[in-house]
Design a protein around this ligand. Structure first.
Ligand SMILES: *Cc1c(COP(=O)(O)O)cnc(C)c1O
Length: 569
């Protein structure tokens, strides 16, 4: 799979170390849970296309996140989702050790290689503690993505951050900067402090024993959520027991927080460049973390990955070059014949309907407008907003029939997200005769591609300002599918009313049934459904979505900005 030439190439170019707890590499590798991992994968796929040298570090997650089944009562059942890294990756020629609970834990791993359009190759290191020399419990540290308790998570973060930096060194990578994709990897800063410690006789009394400016210069931190549960905090008694004294306690508390180890704070304090993932999110983050400079680099999606094959071949034909320079898609409204776009979309829709028939046993109508909603099922995403006023929804459907497809996993310990899945499935059974609906189980890369390309409208209803960016709407736009969404995250930048989709007005007060629900129904009834009935106007809208959204919200632009504004700064 890999020859000497590849290793030589990986080790001679100077690279950015990209650290992420999850990375979505391909549909059959379950090392991701959702948006963060998909973004990490798209980041690296763009780096490969653009030949920006990176080396990614993540955990092997042998048992995956979980495979979702929906039972007869509409409840989520979680199954392990194991994979065998030997099928997809090569064993690394090095091992390193970290200290956990005062034991030595050996960390080995796997090399997976992502290949870009022009043959650019990006190494991905999948760290693995399942080695015979480790104690049985330590062999399980890299098994479950986002599983276990706080101690388990802290051990994973030690392996990712500290083990990851040591592994890159042991392999001989020339790392010129570290990109912390979310706070999970922020313990890497502690290893860097150790590497850049002054010798004791050079430390003046009262001054730091570490070259902190040097470490800060090396680190770029991307924060991904304003939701509190997204920021790991560990009590210091746990930290003292599990992590021990990798740096002195005073230094740790100075940079990671006085009361507990806050991984976000550690990353903020030790990164010279910090960014949020959309303009609105950067503003929110500045309010959340006063005193820190937070730039905005809006997320994007990888063009070749997220265009349905029929749509992609249409672009290949009419807009050659779009895969490497997606900005060219701005020509779509003039250069792509509207009936060809419509026909490609209909093909994607037929395939989605076939998938829904096979997985849910529900037959939807290819002629009726299909609204899609899929994302992590959690409270702030408000997955039930569409059903806030069932009578009103029924009335709309009676006059202008439509259908709905839903999908999404809830974290196994997110009880309210799991109840939402159960209630959504109950609504599907209750309204099925009037509004055909389906819930596709086990949302992942493949279901996502089928949905974002096969639905007619992509719905998003988060509670502002909690949607940091959102990327599924960008995937829909790449396929010519307009968004109907609350103005939050990327949609603040992408929305032009009636031209790229529609805004759901939200008064932000969260009343029930909320102003947001009323606005959603109004837009559906007065704008979306009537326009869908006017085929020429609708296909013009689809062209305009590609021109104005797909040309802008892609990961090539995002990557070029990271390179210019963070890595080379
Ligand atoms: C794109 C994607 C997401 C992120 O979607 P959001 O709109 O940001 O919630 C999550 N899961 C999968 C499988 C995806 O493909």
């Amino acid at each position: 799979m890999l020859d000497k030439h590849d290793w030589a190439h990986f080790l001679t170019s100077r690279r950015i170390g990209y650290f992420s707890m999850e990375i979505a590499l391909e549909p059959s590798i379950p090392t991701y849970s959702g948006g963060l991992g998909v973004l990490a994968g798209d980041t690296l796929r763009s780096a490969a296309d653009l030949e920006i040298p990176m080396v990614a570090v993540t955990l092997v997650s042998r048992q995956g996140y979980f495979r979702q089944e929906i039972d007869a009562e509409g409840r989520q059942i979680e199954h392990p989702d194991p994979w065998n890294p030997a099928d997809r990756a090569d064993t690394l020629p090095a091992k390193v050790s970290v200290r956990i609970e005062r034991r030595i834990v050996w960390v080995g791993g796997w090399l997976y290689v992502l290949t870009g359009l022009g043959g650019g190759r990006e190494p991905v290191i999948l760290l693995d503690t399942d080695l015979p020399e480790n104690a049985p419990e330590d062999r399980r540290i890299t098994d479950h993505l986002y599983g276990g308790d706080a101690a388990y998570r802290l051990k994973q973060e030690i392996v990712l951050g500290i083990g990851g930096v040591r592994m890159l060194e042991a392999l001989g990578f020339r790392v010129i900067g570290y990109h912390l994709n979310e706070g999970h990897s922020s313990l890497l800063t502690l290893q860097l402090l150790r590497r850049h410690a002054y010798s004791p006789e050079d430390v003046r009394p009262g001054e730091s024993p570490y070259d902190v400016p040097r470490v800060r210069d090396l680190c770029h931190f991307t924060t991904h959520t304003p939701v509190e549960a997204g920021h790991d905090r560990f009590p210091y008694d746990l930290v003292d027991r599990v992590l021990g004294d990798i740096v002195d306690g005073e230094t740790l508390r100075r940079y990671a927080g006085a009361s507990d180890l806050n991984t976000t704070r550690l990353a903020l304090n030790l990164s010279e460049h910090v960014n949020g993932v959309a303009k609105r999110h950067a503003e929110t983050s500045r309010r959340l973390f006063p005193g820190y400079e937070v730039a905005a680099i809006t997320n994007g999606i990888h063009p070749s990955t997220w265009a349905h094959p029929r749509i992609a071949s249409l672009y290949d034909r009419y807009i050659p070059g779009w895969r490497i320079e997606p900005e060219l898609l701005m020509r779509a409204d003039c250069c792509i014949p509207s009936d060809a776009l419509w026909e490609a979309h209909q093909q994607a829709k037929r395939e989605l309907l076939e998938l829904i028939r096979a997985r849910c046993g529900i037959a939807l109508d290819p002629e009726r407008p299909l609204i899609g909603y899929a994302r992590r099922m959690t409270e702030y995403k408000r997955p039930e907003l569409l059903f806030a006023d069932i009578e009103r929804l029924r009335g709309i459907a009676a006059r202008q029939p439509f259908q709905v497809v839903l999908a999404g996993k809830a974290h196994p310990r997110d009880e309210s997200g799991k109840r939402a899945i159960e209630r959504l499935n109950a609504v599907i059974r209750q309204l099925g005769a009037e509004i055909p609906m389906a819930f596709v189980p086990n949302y992942g890369l493949d279901v996502a591609l089928a949905m974002v390309s096969g639905v007619d409208v992509w719905l998003n209803t988060p509670q502002p300002p909690l949607e940091a960016s959102g990327t599924s709407g960008m995937k829909a736009a790449l396929n010519g599918v307009p968004n109907l969404s609350v103005l939050d995250g990327w949609w603040v930048e992408g929305h032009i009313e009636g031209v790229t989709g529609w805004a759901i007005e939200d008064d932000g007060r969260g009343s029930e049934p909320s102003a947001a629900a009323h606005s959603l129904y109004d837009k559906l009834e007065r704008a979306v459904l009537p326009l869908f009935a006017d085929r020429p106007a609708w296909t013009r809208l689809m062209q305009s979505v590609v021109s104005r959204n797909a040309s802008l919200f892609h990961s090539h632009r995002m990557m070029r900005r990271y390179a210019a504004e963070a890595y080379l700064r």
